[in-house]
Structures are given as C-alpha cells and as structure tokens.
Design a protein around this ligand. Structure first.
Ligand code: HEC
Length: 252
C-alpha cells in the first residue's frame, strides 16, 4: 500500500500542468512543415531499395505470407499477426528476418537499419489503410493481446511504474512533455517514425524500450513475446480509434 501511494506521489509530482509548456504556434507550424517533408522519407526510400534488392520485393513477400500481391497491402495493415509457419504472433520486422532465413541468407538483427528501414517501407505500403489488427482472430493473438495488456499494467523496476501509471494520465504533462493517449495519437499507425530528438527512424518497440529505461525498468528484448504483445495491445488502441496507417510518423 505504501509503495502504491509513493508511486502516485512520484508520478503526480512530475505531472505539472501549465500553459507555458504547450507547443507554441511557431513550433506547431514547424511541426506541420516537417510533416510535409519528413526527414525519415529518405530512410523509407532506402528501405524500398533494400526490400527490392535483399528481399525480392512485394512478389517475394506476398509469396512468403501466402497472400496475393493484390491483397498484400491490406494484409500488412493487420500486423502484428499469427503467422502459422513461424509459429508465433510476429511483427513485420520478424517476417523480414524469416524471409532471410528461408532464403538461406544471414539474418539481420532486429533493430538493425536493414530491418528497421525495410519494415518501415513495407508498412508504408499500407498507408491510408485502416488498421485491421484482429485480436480475436485466433488463440495465439488472443494470448499475445492478453500478455500485452498484462505487461502494460504491471509495475516493474525500482520506481514501481507500469506503462499505465503514466499513459493512463493522457493529456497531463510530464517534465514538459504531454503524455499521449496512444489511441488518439495513432501510435499503432505512425511508428516507425522519425524522432526529432534523436534524428533517426525508430520503431514502436524501440520507442517502448526508451520508456522502459526512463521508467527505471529493464528494457524487454525486441521481438520477445512480451514486446510483441505490447505492440499488439498498443496497435489495437489505434484500431479502436479507427486510425489509418501513416508511415513514417514524425515525433518529438
Ligand atoms: C514515467 C512515465 C512513463 C512511463 C512509465 C511510460 N511512458 Fe511511454 N511515454 C511517456 C511520455 C512522457 C511520452 C511522450 C514523450 C514525448 O512526447 O516524446 C511517452 C511516449 C510513449 C510512446 C510514443 C507514443 C507516440 O505515438 O507518440 C510509446 C510507444 C510509449 N510511450 C510506450 C510506453 C510503454 C510500452 C510503456 C511501458 C513499458 C511506457 N511507455 C511507460 C511517459 C511514460
């Protein structure tokens, strides 16, 4: 009980609200301009080249996923999904890794430029499509969603914080940063995104690792069941708000 009270005190002591911290008109304008000319476009274009050269492009991806090329972009809008031949619920990045394995090539690690840029490009094939993740589709995704939900609300690390401790206070300010409602800001549809504070393309799982570190938690490994579960859970929040895919996103 004591611990919980301390946690609440910790969080609320950081959540100072005040007009002086909201984005100024000039900043908003700059943000809109950058969105028109997202610096990550160049990484996504690089991903397109890599996708053609190293993975065989859309034809090979459609073949791997056992869907028609015509249906491919709609199918992409429903990731993460259970992929039977992989025996797991996976993100697009892991699908690319599996394609490398199937082709007898060396598998690039999750978080590498090859995988991040290429998976950003692949997700962008579904731009403007509604997010269609189906967390009821099969037992595997049901379990993944349940795991993601559990991790989202489990307190970990020396500060005793869960994702929910902060993110349930959407709209509040934490160290001058507004806590996003992940459904409203379309987190599921906008990552991989360009992070202005890091000047690089970052995936949803990498972004989540950053929050874990900031919250004093050991970051969960990319591609782990737990991390994919979180991605499933967070992506579903965007789906519930009827969001569409918009890759690459542009974030602070
Ligand atoms: C200590 C408070 C805190 C905790 C705990 C926390 N976050 Fe965050 N998170 C933030 C803040 C603040 C931002 C927005 C920062 C900014 O504007 O750059 C954010 C942003 C994010 C974003 C980007 C959202 C978007 O689309 O812009 C993701 C994804 C995210 N958090 C995931 C997580 C996950 C997963 C957890 C739990 C493992 C978690 N966060 C725990 C404070 C927290």
């Amino acid at each position: 009980m004591k611990k919980i009270l301390l946690t609440v005190a910790f969080v609320s002591s950081l959540a100072i609200s005040g007009e002086q911290f909201s984005m100024s008109d000039a900043d908003k304008k700059m943000y809109e301009e950058m969105k028109e000319n997202n610096p990550a476009d160049i990484f996504v274009a690089d991903g397109e080249e890599k996708f053609e050269e190293l993975f065989g492009g859309e034809e090979a991806l459609a073949k791997f996923l056992e869907v028609s090329e015509k249906e491919l972009y709609r199918y992409i809008a429903g990731f993460p999904r259970y992929i039977k031949k992989m025996g797991n619920v996976v993100g697009l990045d892991q699908v690319l890794q599996a394609m490398q394995v199937e082709a007898g090539k060396k598998m690039a690690p999750l978080g590498s430029e090859v995988i991040d840029f290429t998976s950003a490009y692949v997700k962008s094939l579904a731009n403007d499509e509604n997010i269609t993740i189906d967390v009821e589709a099969d037992d595997a995704i049901k379990a993944s969603y349940a795991l993601g939900e559990k991790i989202y609300s489990t307190r970990r690390g020396y500060r005793g914080l869960s994702c929910k401790s902060c993110h349930a206070m959407a709209g509040a300010l934490l160290r001058t940063q507004r806590l996003p409602d992940m459904g409203e800001v379309n987190t599921g549809g906008t990552w991989p995104a360009y992070r202005m504070t890091m000047s690089k393309l970052v995936t949803l799982q990498e972004r989540s690792q950053k929050c874990m570190i900031d919250a004093g938690q050991k970051p969960l490994p990319l591609g782990s069941k737990e991390m994919v579960g979180l991605e499933v859970y967070i992506t579903n929040m965007a789906k519930e708000k009827k969001q569409v895919i918009e890759i690459p996103g542009l974030k602070r």
